[in-house]
Design a binder for this molecule. Structure first.
Ligand code: URA
Length: 425
């Protein structure tokens, strides 16, 4: 077998055989297929697609490229959540300890932000001392002690995906449903969770801009989970506006802690509780209700244990940016549009995100929203505060927000509901 044969099969619109997929993923991981050959294949897949059998074979080959974690030594079921990413999406932070407080173990491997969407590990690094990199033994110890762990995936987990994702990022081949589904699910299946809930975001701030595309991605991933013996459910949720009132690393940690203390913005609380119930149901755990665990302090206790077990100080003062600029409402009426992409881009330009994966992020930078989407506002009242370490960042952030919000006489009838649909196998 050689790479040209595999590339031309897909270029000519024919399905790849299991043997071709197995060979090309194995050879690419080992360095026997060059980056330019793999990018040609990724582009052929983006243009010509893959059928369900090919996607399953591709996912299985990526899982086989590395280790598969095993939590069978634990005495309770495991459950995890994966979000396809969005603006202000800090849900993992309160969700993991919340589900732990309700009786399931949560082994959560998370990523860093790239572009306008944030990353859970960057957010948690706002907490002094907190460590993202853990060995498998340390992960197990944190899980046993706190019930939940959030950390970076080690290099041994789906290494084929690590290499391929970096290549797709620079060759215009990210936006392919078969490649996104297999990339996400290879990591989640290799992570060894028993139950998985997918939060597939829809709207300007998400990969998937339309409900139809998001439904196809969700159904593909749910099918891959079921085929691999991982009980998987997906929710389609709105990402046409930011989630909650805080966008940026430390700002989002503060909001997550508010939720764990029984407060926080209504949309963040609603989605956290709904995802927690889905995770517990999917894992077959029927103990405490998540709403009760937020109110009785047990979710907060699990959060404090989890942060401390990873070297963090749960009482540390969070970093804040040196400079702020306030934006006020241009008119009185309803905040009928608050574009997720525009706000995410502004936060990124303020320093909350990175342009290249080796860039540092500013922990205190970002956007605080003083009014949420659909709220009534008065002309001149504060609408947003922008936070940055350097004043020169504000100009380009303000440009990103130009046209990203609108105050009008009535709500937008086309706005997406927070929870749009639920997809099962
Ligand atoms: N996240 C992933 O892990 N992989 C993709 O392909 C897209 C988003």
């Amino acid at each position: 077998m050689d790479a040209i044969e595999v590339i031309t099969t897909k270029r000519d619109g024919r399905p790849l055989s299991a043997a071709q997929i197995d060979w090309v993923i194995g050879a690419y991981t080992a360095g026997g297929v060059a980056d330019e050959q793999m990018s040609a294949l990724a582009m052929a897949i983006l243009l010509n697609g893959m059928d369900r059998r090919e996607i399953a074979d591709w996912t299985a080959a990526m899982i086989r490229s590395g280790e598969r974690m095993d939590w069978s030594a634990l005495d309770r079921p495991t459950a995890d959540k994966h979000s396809t990413g969005g603006v202000g999406d800090k849900i993992t932070l309160p969700l993991a300890p919340l589900v732990a407080a309700c009786g399931a173990y949560v082994p959560q491997l998370s990523g860093r932000g790239l572009g306008h969407t944030g990353g859970t590990l960057d957010k948690l690094e706002s907490i002094a001392g907190w460590r993202a990199s853990l060995s498998n033994d340390e992960m197990l110890a944190v899980l046993r002690g706190a019930g939940a762990v959030i950390c970076a995936a080690g290099g041994g987990l789906a290494p084929a995906d690590k290499k391929l994702y970096a290549l797709r990022d620079v060759t215009g081949t990210v936006e392919s449903i078969p490649l996104i589904a297999s990339s996400i699910m290879s990591k989640k299946i290799a992570e060894g969770t028993g139950a998985l809930v997918l939060d597939v975001k829809v709207g300007s701030g998400a990969f998937m801009k339309t409900v139809d595309d998001a439904r196809e991605l969700a159904a593909t991933m749910v099918g891959l989970g079921a085929d691999a013996g991982v009980a998987t459910v997906a929710l389609l949720t709105a990402m046409d506006r930011p989630l909650g009132r805080a966008v940026g690393n430390a700002l989002e940690v503060a909001e997550a802690v508010e939720v764990l203390a029984g407060g926080g913005p209504a949309d963040v609380v609603e989605l956290t509780v709904r995802l927690a119930r889905e995770m517990l149901d999917t894992a077959g755990v029927h103990g405490k209700d998540p709403e009760d665990a937020l109110m009785d302090g047990s979710a907060m206790d699990a959060w404090r244990r989890m942060v401390a077990a990873q070297g963090g100080d749960p009482d540390a003062v969070l970093p804040s940016a040196a400079e702020t600029v306030q934006i006020t409402a241009p008119a009185s009426g309803v905040l009928r549009r608050l574009d997720a992409y525009g706000v995410g881009l502004a936060a990124w330009r303020l320093g909350a995100g990175r342009a290249r994966k080796e860039d540092p992020v500013s922990l205190g930078a970002g956007v605080t929203l003083h009014a949420g989407f659909g709220d009534i506002v008065r002309a001149g009242q504060p609408l947003m505060t922008l936070h940055a370490d350097e004043t020169e960042r504000f100009e380009r952030a303000l440009e990103a927000l130009d046209g990203a919000y609108e105050v009008g006489p009535a709500s937008d009838p086309d706005a997406l509901p927070l929870i749009i649909d639920r997809i099962t196998a």
